[in-house]
Design a protein around this ligand. Structure first.
Ligand SMILES: Cc1ncc(COP(=O)(O)O)c(C=O)c1O
Length: 358
């Protein structure tokens, strides 16, 4: 019998979530963000399923775009992080890729290359200070690209630093900066919204939205799950009980004995660990579903196994079904017990769990 650890991806949920993002902004076009292996869901399978539905895909870098092209993806693909080397412009031209640019060197390289690119998005730094040209220099880059005749359409984009925080006024301030720059650039299309902005902020209509994590049914917000936002969770991560034992009051479980039984308990060992992407810093009490009953992590996460308190599961046996996150257990709840976010849990899964598509 193979190790019973499976990542099941429901592709129709991803389509549902993409169409929901579009329905929230009916005058905008939407990238489906499939970078980082479609947030761990398998970029090729996800893109093949969505190819005839989406306006375009967005990835981080040219290697991710080429993987999609090699698998037959026909939709436009945008490079959110731009090109890293001048030679990548010819790949963009050959494979019909669009790109963000954020500095003079990238624009110089494009013009020197003589490559023709369908769409280039000038990225403006509206306050995150990670990527983007200074707002006062954005029009200059836009004009250089427009006059070069190498770019069919020049657009303006930005990225918010705090759109997941609905109580902060940072996003409104960053949006105001973007709107000012956008006005100065004349009548060009813009793109500002990641999932949080798509779901909850009053963003300019038209242009392009860039939903990522919400496509996979995961919430960008700390205190609300994807399900509560009307999203369908795409990934269900499951395993099985491979060992069972009864322990007594005072017995300790796992490395360093970090769980101590307060009374007689039943402990199940489950085939999953940090070597598969289950978070090592998940604390005692992290929720886990066993045979559809809510249970909790008991003891430190090992590389290949975890231990779970299953005392409340009737008739527990070897081979019992375990949901680590998914349809029943929101990944956000596991993230909240592991000092991380749902984004990280799904993107950092390793290649060990077998993957199946529904
Ligand atoms: C430039 C850019 N746009 C869009 C996204 C999608 O963001 P989210 O997954 O929060 O929707 C990302 C993700 O990091 C990004 O870097």
């Amino acid at each position: 019998m193979a190790r019973p650890l499976t990542k099941t991806v429901n592709l129709s949920s991803i389509k549902h979530n993409y169409l929901l993002a579009k329905a929230l902004h009916p005058t905008s076009k939407a990238f489906a963000v499939v970078k980082a292996n479609a947030y761990g869901h398998g970029a090729v399978a996800v893109a093949q399923y969505l190819d005839s539905t989406v306006d375009a895909f967005a990835v981080a870098a040219v290697e991710e775009a080429l993987e999609l092209r090699e698998s037959g993806i026909k939709s436009p693909i945008m490079l959110l992080e731009g090109v890293f080397e001048a030679s990548e412009w010819s790949l963009c031209e050959r494979h019909g890729l669009w790109s963000a640019v954020e500095n003079d060197a990238q624009v110089d390289a494009l013009i020197d290359s003589g490559c023709h690119i369908e769409k280039v998005f000038v990225k403006v730094d509206v306050g995150m200070h990670r990527l983007g040209v200074d707002p006062d220099r954005a029009t200059e880059l836009v004009e250089r690209l427009r006059q070069s005749n190498y770019v069919n359409e020049v657009l303006l984009m930005s990225h918010f630093s705090s759109s997941d925080d609905l109580l902060s006024d940072t996003t409104s301030k960053q949006l105001a900066v973007f709107k000012r720059v956008h006005k100065n650039c004349g009548n060009i299309e813009g793109s500002v919204a990641n999932s949080a902005a798509v779901l909850k902020w009053d963003i300019p209509e038209g242009g392009w939205i860039r939903p990522g994590v919400m496509l996979y049914g995961i919430s960008p917000f700390n205190d609300i799950t994807g399900k509560e936002l009307g999203l369908k969770m795409a990934m269900t991560f499951t395993s099985k009980v491979i060992s069972l034992r009864v322990i007594q009051k005072g017995d300790r479980v796992g490395y360093a004995g970090s769980f101590e039984a307060q009374k007689e308990e039943i402990i199940a060992t489950v085939a999953v660990g940090y070597g598969d992407g289950y978070p090592r810093n998940a604390i005692n009490g992290t929720p886990i579903i066993v045979n559809n009953i809510p249970c909790s992590l008991a003891g430190r996460v090992s590389m290949d196994m975890i231990t779970v308190n299953v005392s409340n599961v009737p008739d527990i046996t070897l081979g019992a079904n375990v949901e680590l996150w998914g349809d029943t257990l929101p990944v956000e709840h596991v993230a909240n017990h592991s000092s991380t976010i749902g984004y990280e849990l799904v993107t950092r899964m390793t290649s060990r769990p077998r993957i199946q598509y529904r």
